[in-house]
Design a protein around this ligand. Structure first.
Ligand SMILES: Nc1ncnc2c1ncn2[C@@H]1O[C@H](COP(=O)(O)OP(=O)(O)OP(=O)(O)O)[C@@H](O)[C@H]1O
Ligand SMILES: [Mg+2]
Length: 313
């Protein structure tokens, strides 16, 4: 089966207004099999939106190649666009049109037949609770509601690939949940989803595979499980001491944790290192301050992310 997305050694340079050359992507490669949910993560300026724009044929790549459902983004941009439903980070909705017309016209422009479009309109209006806003023009709506329409639009189409660039930003938690449930259902039905997000828990919940980008380079990629273990020897430790005598924070800080929170006689730490050496050091501390409870867990994606960022800055 063809991969839904194939990206091979993409580079992208922009010419900034002041004449400087910006290297937004520096050799990115990845594939997304059909029916999978893939997440692009990274700090501001990492190159996520640039990648999304290249895949959506909005921006040309500088070198390398990329294809969507087997069609090359440079050679066959029209065929690529037919396969796509995209929510861009800076998406334009037609401000002067009503919510209803925004959704219907979007579907018509993508070749959906009128009867089919009206059926889908009813469905998305119900799902995204847009019934009361249907006749309002988009310019009258709140930011979160505009976002909801942008996301609702992609479900007006049956394109096999959905791309969302920080699409849930500004949505209330209930709506976010609904979007996430819907995306999962779409993937189960065989649609492929590429999303960028700053909300790590969202990526953790939805994505089968993830790439963490920074400065246009891959910092890490793989399944959630691989990413967690890839930040080798990283773990979260919860401790409860018999009592917090002396300078407990200072002594724990001396172990050089990635993160440390001390609250009374309880401490939460994230460590990067050999588990055995950490246990040895904790055993030393416990001679002065007995440890009552002790738990070691794998890191969350957020902790992996923070550790990777700290290591490269
Ligand atoms: N049109 C442009 N002209 C010049 N430089 C640009 C242009 N678009 C993006 N850049 C630069 O390319 C780099 C990557 O930007 P991009 O928008 O892809 O990052 P991002 O990961 O989406 O960030 P964010 O999380 O803030 O959305 C940044 O340094 C940005 O300033
Ligand atoms: Mg962006």
């Amino acid at each position: 089966m063809t991969n839904a997305i194939e990206v091979v050694d993409i580079h992208k340079t922009y010419q900034a207004k002041n004449g400087e050359v910006v290297h937004a992507l520096n050799g990115i490669s990845f594939q997304v099999p059909q029916g999978k949910i893939y997440g692009l993560l990274g700090p501001n300026g990492a190159g996520k939106s640039t990648l999304v724009k290249i895949l959506s044929t909005i921006t040309p790549l500088s070198s390398g190649r990329a294809s969507v459902m087997g069609f090359d983004v440079t050679q066959q941009p029209l065929a690529v666009r037919e396969k796509l439903a995209v929510v861009l980070q800076q998406t334009a909705t037609e401000n002067l049109l009503t919510v209803r017309d925004n959704l219907l016209i979007y579907a018509y422009l993508h070749g959906v037949k009128p009867t089919e479009a009206r059926q889908r309109l009813d469905d998305v209006v119900e799902e995204f609770e847009l019934g009361e806003r249907l006749r309002d023009t988009v310019q009258e709506l709140s930011l979160g509601t505009k976002r909801r329409i942008q996301v609702a639009k992609i479900f007006m189409l049956e394109a096999p690939l959905i791309i969302l660039d920080e699409a849930t930003t500004g949505m209330d938690p209930l709506m976010k949940r609904r979007v996430m449930d819907r995306l999962r259902a779409e993937a189960r039905n065989g649609r492929t989803i590429l999303l960028t997000t700053q909300v790590l828990s969202e990526a953790e919940e939805l994505c089968e595979s993830i790439m963490i980008l920074d400065h246009g380079r891959e910092m890490a990629s793989g399944s959630l499980r691989e990413l967690r273990t890839l930040s080798t020897h990283m773990f979260r430790v919860s401790l409860v001491f018999a009592d917090a005598n002396g300078d407990l924070t200072g002594r724990l800080q001396a172990l050089n944790p990635v993160e440390l929170q001390v609250d009374g006689n309880a401490a939460e730490m994230v460590f990067h290192g050999e588990e055995s050496s950490l246990l040895g050091k904790l055993a030393e501390i416990s001679r002065e301050t007995p440890i009552l409870q002790f738990e070691v867990r794998g890191p969350t994606l957020e902790e992996v992310f923070i550790a990777l960022m700290k290591e490269t800055r």
